[in-house]
Write a protein that binds this ligand. Structure first.
Ligand code: CTP
Length: 134
């Protein structure tokens, strides 16, 4: 069974590795669509911290990941699912219900997010760290 999932995976953190490992455990192969810098900008209104090149490089280095590709548009999910012959689409439950219309193409599974961590939160925390006085 081939599993496919999508995400930005910017400022890679433990929530990312958790969902990728759990997605991989649902099948025999994991394909990951990493959203392009352009798509990320249109989705989140800011450029990612890490470039698409570096985000792909990081995801590709994980032992739970078999293949990585660039996700150029959210609307192309059905095309990617068919192009890569995916059997299961995994998304975090922040997307609960939003991809149910693709269930004629493959199984859809929403996995619970890891609590208390996100890229946006990490960026906010780092932004507000005051330099220590000497
Ligand atoms: N994810 C997760 N647990 C978290 C954070 C993310 O399971 N704590 C999952 C998301 O549900 C998604 C994948 O990781 O399936 C990639 O999410 P992404 O949007 O790249 O990460 P976030 O940390 O949610 O980024 P942001 O804060 O910018 O939205």
């Amino acid at each position: 069974m081939r599993v496919i999932t999508f995400g930005t995976f910017d400022v890679f953190h433990v929530g990312h590795v958790n969902i990728l490992e759990r997605a991989r455990a649902l099948g025999d192969e994991l394909y990951v669509g990493v959203s392009s810098d352009k798509l990320n900008y249109s989705k989140k209104g800011r450029p990612p911290i890490y470039s698409e090149h570096d985000r792909i490089r990081i995801i590709d280095a994980l032992s739970c990941v078999d293949f990585v590709f660039l996700e150029e548009s959210l609307e192309q999910k059905p095309d990617y699912i068919q192009q890569y012959h995916a059997d299961i689409l995994v998304m975090g439950d922040d997307w609960q219900g939003q991809f149910d219309e693709l269930s004629d193409l493959c199984q859809i599974k929403y996995l619970p997010r890891t609590p208390s961590i996100s890229t946006t939160e990490i960026i906010e925390v780092v932004r507000h760290i005051e330099p220590e006085e000497e």
